[in-house]
Design a protein around this ligand. Structure first.
Ligand SMILES: Cc1cc2nc3c(=O)[nH]c(=O)nc-3n(C[C@H](O)[C@H](O)[C@H](O)COP(=O)(O)OP(=O)(O)OC[C@H]3O[C@@H](n4cnc5c(N)ncnc54)[C@H](O)[C@@H]3O)c2cc1C
Ligand code: SF4
Ligand code: SF4
Length: 1006
């Protein structure tokens, strides 16, 4: 086969001359494609991101000639390692994602393999249709990958798996043959190569009929091996209505080992008009599992388990507690979320009544809480997902590992299976949390294992004991996630030697040279071959003297006792930074495009390198010497370049990867190794030179006043000539304010940040006016008398942090902390206006080793809207607000506001203005992100981020709508981005309040 050394160069050269798409052979790119959501890591030979099917064809031709293996990849969210291998990885997710054909009457759609499920369903929604294989990863999973894995959704009991919903696969074989695989009757018109292939497959099916009947588990959830049972159906749910053979079904679940999917034709279903949820509480997990088989007789569309651990995790979260508490009866050990659907509202309601009767009959009267409200139902599904997320965010080297996560057993044995497998975990010194698809006997469970130490041995032992249970109960070892590297070894165990041999024959018929994703399903490697692990023997983290405190990640965990060791004791040579980076388990959640913030740069470029996952992987590879001996490598700098530090990942990543904080650390390390560019130093030092600029604003603002000034600044400083810069003001806030005599008795301290002080002092005046109208005694945060730089206003240090100048930021922070300490000790609140400055006091300050004063400040630091809402809820806020001429406000949330759940208060406080309707733009980052958007190198990306949602929403806002944005840069972006189409100016929320007060004042003749 292929010699990955010398020939890789030849492969790269030939690909580059044959395709239009991106060809990547550098170590970092290959490293980013070496992992999926499994425990494995195998470096590909190279990566192709094809622009068109012609590119794929060309790649097939080149690879065939050079005998290079091929590996198809969508979102790479597979859990079993089927998406990693020493091959040319072809990532179809970026460009091959169109809807190709749609037949509303026949309820079919034909799509390219890279289309994401949620995108398809959004496209179908106006037609009242959906594709109902609703995998949890619906926001990332591509239809090609779903077909590759024979994926299954929560509602498979009603709709089946992928195999039940695929009609035709238009495929490319390894030898380049294009063939349409579908119903038997349509295969007669196939090319001779395909007809002969089909004849041979049919013969194998006929020969193995009795073996199929004996060895293929007769459960709905069986996705291991090839679907040889197309020839003799055994599944609880037939693949076709009339039992006829459909050859596309043989490709479904084949994990890219037989052919490349070019297009897929899918069957669609009508969107149910009504849904209702019956939440059943059980005194024990065993009882819940016992009852599952009775519940499914009522015809639910889903029955999903949430166990005690997850209930508790959800209850720990104040946002989820009311939702989960409203759904429980007493203190259950497990709940089953039972969903019913129907065309009429009465249909699901009737089913819920049946459920209540059934539970009474089963000795659990009053155990059902019906949820009819769609919002409540959604909230509860979210709780389930969030519970899993919290579980996944376990710190330390022990992690929940997916390898027996989806065994499927007949429902009558589910309770015993859970009980006995839990006992197996206990014997091996671990535990697992149970959740998911009780309806079809597929419960998810991941025992916590340390894959760097004894994890491989325990994994083998647990897998063997679990498989014995599966066999005893006549279940399927692989019931949802496929075979890949972790389970292909078990194909022979599950199907026996004859069918295993038949699988090898099938593979050879499709792919005689064995170049399609080799080593998966047939001819596998052992699951515990440690050289294939992401943490193989010899895995070491480089020592790094970190600038930020990462010790909270540097811990060990005992899963049985459920105890963490003290911060800093985990043995990470990078002081916890390495372990923080390793929190990314590659689940791919950051590839989403919904209303959340994460990840704006990926949304624009759709490149793996610009994804939180791509960045975390690059950091991990660099930190472990896999990109060379130096951590501060250019490859990492490149991967982080378009990260706008929006903290979307901090909020949305299930395992809490905070790339913004990691970027600060990396920038710091980079500067230590390579120095800092003059331009970056100047921008970082803004708080120090701004007082001088404010004294000479005409000079400071010359760049935008002089013809050619902007172009010159682009040439010399890299600041985009297409941008105006913020204008320095002579009338800074502190130039017009005197120190207050009663500062020592103030309830509130107003922290005026650098941007507000020099560029928009009216915001601080508005804040003062609002707080005064509310009757608050307000002090201004000002330097102490003994401060050596007393004349210079206080600053949080944000600009220094952004540049990685952590020591400088710390100096600013200490100055601020000293000045605020007396107020904080008195219990006053520190209130600020600029989200990134104020929220930094609650976030980065806690990672800068600033001690107890920083912890105390973090508890008292609030955005002004948070403070006002807090007071309002406590009945202590009385603002005499009157209606404004504008009756509508459109709010764009700053990313950090969203990351810290601080946008709600802005909406709430604006709603205090009489007759003001408040809407929030479903936007991600505005694209400005401090100095990022001002830089010529980032201008285009910055504008594209803004154009994703924010700018179109602002442009479409009715005239007279108040555009509200709390971030200085967000306001600048809105002004710049609408300049050509009728400039819209955004304002801080506090100015809206101040205007409503002013009008009250004028109305009263004040
Ligand atoms: C947190 C989490 C939750 C999950 N929940 C579910 C769930 O509810 N249900 C479920 O079934 N799975 C689930 N999965 C597994 C996974 O997300 C799904 O299997 C998903 O459908 C894979 O889609 P993908 O685009 O990531 O495919 P990939 O992982 O990229 O690929 C999957 C397989 O398909 C092959 N393939 C991809 N494209 C092609 C092509 N064009 N031609 C031929 N072969 C191709 C690949 O080689 C690979 O073998 C979950 C995973 C995670 C991490
Ligand atoms: S960064 Fe977070 S969301 Fe993205 S793949 Fe890693 S763990 Fe998942
Ligand atoms: S901070 Fe924002 S841009 Fe950076 S990786 Fe996270 S979500 Fe993406």
């Amino acid at each position: 086969m292929f010699d990955s050394g010398g020939s890789a160069g030849e492969l790269a050269r030939r690909l580059r001359s044959a395709v239009e798409g991106e060809v990547m052979f550098d170590r970092a790119s290959r490293g980013r494609y070496a992992t999926d959501a499994s425990i494995y890591q195998v470096e590909p030979v190279g990566v192709l991101v094809p622009r068109s099917d012609a590119d794929v064809q060309a790649a097939f031709d080149v690879c065939r000639q050079l005998r290079v293996p091929l590996l198809a990849r969508g979102a790479g969210s597979s859990q079993c390692g089927q998406t990693v291998g020493a091959a040319l990885v072809i990532d179809h997710s970026k460009h091959l994602n169109r809807v190709v054909a749609f037949d509303r009457d026949a309820r079919t759609v034909t799509v390219e393999p890279g289309l994401v499920l949620d995108a398809l369903n959004a496209w179908l929604k106006p037609f009242g249709l959906w594709f109902p294989v609703d995998v949890s990863t619906s926001a990332q999973a591509t239809l090609g990958g779903m077909a590759g894995n024979n994926s299954c959704g929560s509602r498979s009991i009603a709709y089946g798996n992928m195999v039940h919903n695929v009609r035709v696969i238009d495929a490319r074989l390894a030898d380049g043959t294009i063939a349409r695989f579908g119903p038997e009757a349509e295969m007669t018109s196939a090319p001779p190569r395909v007809r002969s292939l089909v004849d041979s497959l049919r013969a194998i099916g006929a020969r193995e009929a009795d073996e199929i009947a004996t060895r293929v588990p007769a459960v709905l959830r069986r996705v291991g091996g090839y679907n040889i049972d197309v020839f003799h159906p055994v599944s609880e749910r037939p693949y076709t209505a009339d039992g006829s053979v459909n050859y596309a079904h043989l490709l479904v679940g084949s994990e890219g080992t037989l052919a490349w999917t070019r297009e897929i034709t899918l069957s669609l279903a009508p969107i149910p008009a009504h849904r209702a949820l019956g939440v059943v509480s059980f005194p024990s997990l065993y009882r819940a599992m016992e009852c599952a088989r009775n519940i499914v007789t009522l015809g639910p569309s889903a029955v999903e388990l949430v166990d005690r651990t997850m209930i508790e995790l959800a209850r720990d979260n104040p946002a989820f507690r009311p939702v989960i508490d409203a759904a429980l009866v007493g203190e259950p050990d497990a709940i089953l979320l039972t969903e019913f659907v129907g065309e009429e509202a009465a249909d699901p309601a009737r089913k819920i009544a049946h459920l209540e009767t059934l539970m009474s009959d089963l000795g659990l009267p009053g155990s059902v809480v019906p949820l009819v409200d769609a919002g409540l139902q959604r909230a509860l599904w979210e709780v389930r997902k969030a519970g899993l997320n919290i579980m996944m965010s376990l710190r330390g080297d022990g992690k929940p590992v997916s390898f027996i996560e989806d065994c499927a057993v007949p429902l009558e044995h589910l309770a015993d299976y859970v009980d006995r497998l839990s006992e197996i975990f206990r014997r091996h010194g671990t535990r697992g949390t149970w959740y998911a698809h009780a309806s079809v006997g597929t419960l998810h469970v991941r025992p916590i294992l340390d894959m760097r130490r004894d994890g491989a041995a325990k994994m083998r032992a647990i897998a063997e004991e679990a498989s014995a249970l599966v066999r005893e109960y006549k279940g399927a070892y692989s019931g949802e996630h496929g075979d890949g590297l972790v389970r292909s070894e078990w194909v022979a165990w599950q199907f026996g030697p004859r069918l295993t041999h038949a699988f090898e024959e099938i593979k050879a018929l499709f792919d005689p040279d064995g170049i399609m994703n080799p080593g998966k399903i047939v001819r596998p490697r052992p699951m515990d071959e440690r050289s294939l692990f992401r943490y193989p023997p010899g895995y070491r983290t480089l020592p790094v003297a970190t600038a930020l405190d990462w010790s909270a990640w540097n811990v060990d965990y005992d899963p049985v006792a459920d105890i963490f060791t003290a911060p800093g004791t985990g043995g990470d040579p990078a002081r916890g930074f390495g372990k923080a980076v390793e929190m990314c388990n590659n689940n791919g959640h950051c590839r989403k495009f919904d209303a959340g913030t994460m990840c704006p740069s990926y949304r624009v470029t759709r490149d793996e390198v610009h994804l939180t996952r791509g960045r975390a992987n690059t950091l991990r590879l660099a930190l472990t010497g896999q990109l060379g001996s130096e951590f501060a490598s250019p490859a990492v700098r490149e991967a982080l370049d378009l990260c706008v530090s929006c903290k979307g990942c901090r909020r949305d990543c299930p395992t809490g990867v905070d790339m913004a904080r990691m970027k600060i650390e990396f920038n710091h390390q980079w500067q230590r190794a390579h120095g800092i560019a003059l331009k970056d130093r100047v921008i970082a030092n803004l708080p120090r030179w701004a007082p001088w600029a404010a004294r000479l604003p005409a000079l400071a603002n010359l760049r935008d006043a002089l013809p050619g000034g902007a172009r010159l600044s682009e040439a010399c400083w890299g600041l985009s000539a297409k941008r105006s810069l913020p204008r320095f003001r002579r009338d800074t806030f502190f130039s017009t304010q005197r120190e207050r005599d009663d500062a020592g008795a103030a309830d509130v301290v107003l922290f005026v940040d650098t941007f507000t002080e020099y560029f928009e002092p009216e915001n601080a005046h508005a804040a003062l006016a609002v707080l005064a109208a509310a009757g608050r005694r307000v002090a201004l945060a000002q330097p102490l008398r003994e401060d050596a730089e007393r004349a210079r206003p206080l600053c949080c240090g944000r600009t220094f942090l952004a540049a990685g100048l952590v020591d400088e930021a710390k100096r600013e922070a200490q100055r601020l902390l000293r000045a605020l300490a007396p107020h904080v000790e008195r219990g006053a609140f520190v209130v600020g206006l600029e989200p990134s400055c104020l929220l930094g006091l609650r976030d980065e300050y806690l990672a800068m080793s600033l001690g107890e004063p920083a912890r105390q400040l973090a508890e008292r630091a609030l955005l002004i809207e948070e403070y006002l809402v807090r007071e309002h809820r406590a009945g202590r806020l009385h603002l005499p607000l009157v209606a404004l001429p504008e009756r509508h406000a459109l709010v764009h949330g700053h990313c950090h506001q969203k990351a810290f759940d601080a946008l709600g208060p802005t909406r709430e406080v604006l709603r205090l203005v009489p007759e003001l309707a408040v809407d929030v733009v479903e936007s991600s980052c505005c694209g400005m992100a401090g100095s990022f958007g001002y830089e010529a190198a980032h201008y285009d990306v910055s504008m594209r981020m803004a154009e994703l949602a924010l700018l179109p929403a602002v442009r479409n806002a009715r005239p007279g709508t108040l555009i509200v944005a709390d971030g200085t840069s967000c306001r600048h972006q809105i002004a710049d981005g609408t300049a050509a189409s009728g400039r819209r100016e955004a304002m801080h929320a506090v100015r809206v309040l101040a205007r409503a007060l002013d009008r009250a004042g004028s109305a009263a003749g004040v």
